[in-house]
Design a protein around this ligand. Sequence first.
Ligand code: SAM
Length: 205
Amino acid sequence: MTGFSYPQDMWNKRFSTPDYVFGEQPNAFLVSQSARLGHGHALALADGEGRNSVWLAQQGFTVDAFDFSAVAIEKAKNLAEKQKVNVNFNCNAWQDFDWKTSHYDLIAGIFFQFATPDERAELFEKIKKSLRSGGVLLIQGYGKNQLMFKTGGPDRPEHLYDEELLRQAFSDFDVLVCETYETTLQEGVCHSGMSALIGFVARKP
Ligand SMILES: C[S@@+](CC[C@H](N)C(=O)[O-])C[C@H]1O[C@@H](n2cnc3c(N)ncnc32)[C@H](O)[C@@H]1O
């Protein structure tokens, strides 16, 4: 692990509660895009307690997921068992995950704004390489106005997104959705209340 990020022990502590701190239900933007997600192999990155990977498995995807919190992975495994689906969970920091080349039909990144701008560039490159041609990338993140709401997400402006940042980062992709919006999130105690969000869906050529 390099650079700024919430350290593992802090995330482990945050997840050390019987409740699912981001809820057991999938992210609303991910669900809203179900018609664009396709099928096949999916990766849920920094998947936390498994709400999104489990939902993707319920949609018929073969799902890999990773997160660096062992506590979160344990809860994710319990959620998958409860929902009677299989997910290949990996306890890895993103730098250590085995990113297979041209492998995934879908990569879903929901609220993974722990990376510094330099780290983010590296992480985005790994995402690009790991998608197969024609594969879909879905990102849900907080926008710059989230600093006013303080209802979740990083408090460092350089970790927040705007449309230009995402369009530039994936300028070689076909952008299907790139929208900035404000809505009330109810995704567990950690993401609750009026929020400034960005939803992004793009296809690798
Ligand atoms: C805001 S939570 C979102 C979790 C999940 N995507 C969701 O929407 O429910 C961010 C997640 O990133 C994970 N994380 C933070 N830094 C990480 C890193 N360097 N490598 C892998 N996972 C990391 C945390 O453990 C946490 O589960």
